[in-house]
Design a protein around this ligand. Structure first.
Ligand SMILES: [Mg+2]
Length: 248
């Protein structure tokens, strides 16, 4: 999955055909047919990119964009319009819209613009999830991707290090007793090469944690423990907090 897109347009035909094209390109696409629906979905779920029609009945795309941005400042928004409403376009760009596309546009242009926005949005949180439990990894990938994080998975220590050579992760989520190398060993090796790493979360059974839920680990900045079974809402909140703090 290349990225999660919210596609907003009051024209159902445009919505259907564009959704098909974007899904063929490997994006996950959720649709909305009004500004109100866009605000509801855009503020309650996480998307990498929102493609928003400007002219819609009810609240227009620029108004919807402003409401979403208040709650989700990091989301990239591409505005689309068949009408040259200069004042609305200027307002959208001034408020941080990623781009404004004039309809009708080539699908290739839309895809390039989305890819470009994704490159910027992915930098914000790229997480390495390493755990021998494949089901757990698949579930974490699904949940964290839905919350706007880019996730790479590994199932043992050496594979985790290999991935860390390929990607500049900013968060590591590691099983404490990872096969091959422990989670802590992986953390030290990655941190030595990549001091800008934001946070490492070590996941382990309760017995390995102290009373505060912290593993018996050296006190390092943002090295934190999470006991298994994982409390997923707590994990999501922790990650959102780390990313939000770094964006300020
Ligand atoms: Mg329209």
């Amino acid at each position: 999955m290349k990225g999660r897109i919210l596609l907003v347009d009051d024209n159902a035909d445009f919505l259907d055909s564009t959704k098909d094209v974007l899904e063929d390109e490997g994006y996950e696409v959720i649709t909305a047919t009004s500004g109100e629906e866009a605000v509801r979905k855009g503020t309650s779920e996480c998307f990498h990119v929102i493609v928003m029609d400007i002219k819609m009945p009810g609240i227009n795309g620029v108004e919807a964009f402003i409401k979403i941005k208040k709650k989700k400042p990091a989301v990239k928004v591409i505005m689309c319009t068949a009408y040259i409403v200069e004042s609305l376009i200027r307002e959208a760009l001034a408020l941080g819209a990623h781009a404004v596309l004039n309809k009708p546009f080539e699908m290739g242009l839309l895809i390039r613009t989305i890819d470009n926005a994704l490159l910027q949005s992915k930098i914000e949180s790229i997480i390495l999830v390493a755990d021998r439990d494949r089901k757990l990894c698949a579930m974490l990938r699904r949940v964290l991707t839905a919350h706007g994080h880019h996730v790479v998975v590994a199932h043992d220590g050496p594979a985790a290090l290999e991935e860390a050579q390929r990607h500049a992760f900013n968060i590591l989520l590691l099983e404490s007793n990872l096969p091959g190398l422990t989670g802590l060993e992986v953390h030290h090796k990655v941190k030595a090469r990549q001091p800008e790493l934001l946070a490492t979360i070590i996941m382990g059974p309760d017995s390995q944690m102290d009373e505060g839920g912290t593993p018996a680990l050296p006190r390092e900045v943002r090295l934190t423990g999470l006991s298994k079974p994982l409390d997923i809402p707590q994990l999501v909140e922790l990650l959102d907090g780390i990313c939000a703090a770094e964006r300020v």
